[in-house]
Structure formats: structure tokens, C-alpha cells
Ligand binder design. Structure first.
Ligand code: ADE
Length: 259
């Protein structure tokens, strides 16, 4: 997969040299190219922004410099273009999976109040353009959001994770535990500072371990993500799930109402 990132702070992307993503780059699974937007300015100050039409605080990134930069980076190619912005569509595991199937992504990092909207309009005539938000909070620019997205996408590429099952078991990944967050995990030693590992995990009984993991996932989802628990499809809940949710005083639709 090829990834191009255009930003006025290329230094932000040094984390992409290390760990899973760094190794994927060394192996050639990922071809990451970071570009300095200011390389496409023509004035001595390398200006990338100007005051907003209509007034208001802050500055807006100029369309000409973005146009020249994107044209130079993509040539005749047609990457999918992602513009990180708090006003974009939410970045989810589902979108990460969709983007992991693309051969080429272009990330355009805005700063200040954002990029002149005509840039997105112009490239939307030729490319698939998505404005994407990583959460309901405002960062100082798109760079950290791109790091988040690249890590989430990169680890889904074939051969990037050591153990292919780890992506399958992720919270939010499709499957039987879909829409539940993952429960707690343990390793050796069996007792640490008086805290014991739950006995069932050392029982070797796969069925009981799976049931315990599902219980813990349900518990954590109710505790930490009540909105996810409320959105669970009642048709996916068995008798045991229902009993546990009742113990947690969490209301579910009666079984005969399910589907
Ligand atoms: N830029 C600033 N805040 C952002 C957010 N929450 N998501 C994506 N890009 C951003």
C-alpha cells in the first residue's frame, strides 16, 4: 500500500519509522512518503494561509499551494484522499478496514481553521475524497489524527501483525463479539501482589474460557460504553447474556420481542 502525507510539519511522522509500521515499511508492505507543503509555495515567507472570507478568527489554508502540492504528488494517479478534520465523518474500525483495502491513500493535513473548501471540491471531481474525524475533540491540526489512522489501517494489512488472530479479536472487529469491547487480559505470574489470575483462565477448558471472556466483555461494555450496550442486537444475546445483563441492571428487550 502506498501512503502519501502532505503537511507543514513532516517531523510529526517520525513515529512511522518504528514498531509495526516501521517494520512494514522496511519489508515493503507499506510505502510511506511524507511531503512538506511549503515546498510548493513561491514567496520568501513560504506562506500557506490567509485570512478567512466572511471574517472570524484564525487563518485558512490557501487553495493554490494545496493544488500544486497534490498535483505534484499524485500525477495522473487516483489515490483515495483523506482530509482529517473534526467536522468529518467518524473514523471507525469499519472505515479502517475499508481503507486497508485501498492500494493508495493520500492524507492532506490541515492546520489553523482548515483548508479552503474548494480544494476538496476540486479533487472530488477526480478522486474519492473523505473528510474524517478521529473523535469529538479538537486537535491543533490533522497530523496526530493521521498517525492514528495510519496505525489503525497499517496493522490490518496482510503480514503486519505477528498474530493474525489479534486483529480478529479486537474490540469493534466483525464477529461474534462485535460491538462489545474486550475484557481484561492476564499473563504470568499466577499471583502478583496478592492479585490472582481468574482460575477459569488456567483451567484449560476452552468453552468455559470463551464464556468467561464474553461475560467480561459484556460487563465492560455496560460499564464503559453504555451506548454500545444499548445498541446491541437483542437477537445476538443468548440466555446467559440476558441473565448477566439483568444482574448488571441493564435493560434488554425481552427475547420474544427480539428480531
Ligand atoms: N483535526 C483537528 N481535530 C481533529 C479531529 N478530531 N479529527 C481529525 N482531524 C482533526
Amino acid at each position: 500500500m502506498r501512503l502519501d502525507i502532505i503537511s507543514i510539519f513532516p517531523e510529526y511522522f517520525t513515529p512511522l519509522d518504528v514498531s509495526l509500521i516501521g517494520k512494514a515499511r522496511e519489508r515493503g508492505t507499506l510505502d510511506v512518503r511524507v511531503h512538506q507543503l511549503r515546498d510548493w509555495t513561491h514567496d520568501v515567507h513560504k506562506t500557506v494561509d490567509d485570512t478567512p472570507y466572511g471574517g472570524g478568527p484564525g487563518m485558512v489554508m490557501k487553495p493554490e499551494v494545496w493544488g500544486e502540492a497534490i498535483d505534484a504528488v499524485i500525477g495522473d494517479g487516483t489515490p483515495r484522499m483523506i482530509v482529517p478534520t473534526p467536522s468529518g465523518r467518524p473514523f471507525t474500525q469499519e472505515l479502517a478496514q475499508e481503507l486497508a483495502e485501498e492500494p493508495w491513500l493520500l492524507f492532506a493535513c490541515g492546520r489553523y481553521e482548515g483548508i479552503d473548501a474548494r480544494v476538496m471540491a476540486e479533487y472530488a471531481t477526480r478522486l474519492r475524497v473523505d473528510e474524517v474525524s478521529i473523535g469529538d475533540y479538537v486537535l491543533a491540526g490533522g497530523e496526530v489524527a493521521v498517525l492514528v489512522m495510519v496505525e489503525a489501517i497499517g496493522r490490518l494489512l496482510p503480514g503486519v501483525l505477528g498474530n493474525a488472530q489479534s486483529a480478529v479479536d479486537d474490540s469493534f472487529a466483525p464477529g461474534s463479539m462485535r460491538n462489545l469491547v474486550e475484557g481484561p487480559v492476564y499473563t504470568k505470574p499466577p499471583v502478583w501482589r496478592g492479585h490472582e489470575v481468574p482460575a477459569v483462565l488456567m483451567s484449560g477448558h476452552h468453552g468455559k474460557v470463551a464464556r468467561w471472556r464474553r461475560d467480561e466483555a459484556l460487563r465492560r461494555t455496560v460499564q464503559n460504553r453504555p451506548e454500545l450496550a444499548a445498541a446491541l442486537d437483542p437477537g445476538t444475546l443468548d440466555k446467559h447474556d440476558r441473565k448477566l445483563l439483568e444482574e448488571l441492571s441493564f435493560r434488554v428487550e425481552p427475547e420474544d420481542m427480539a428480531n
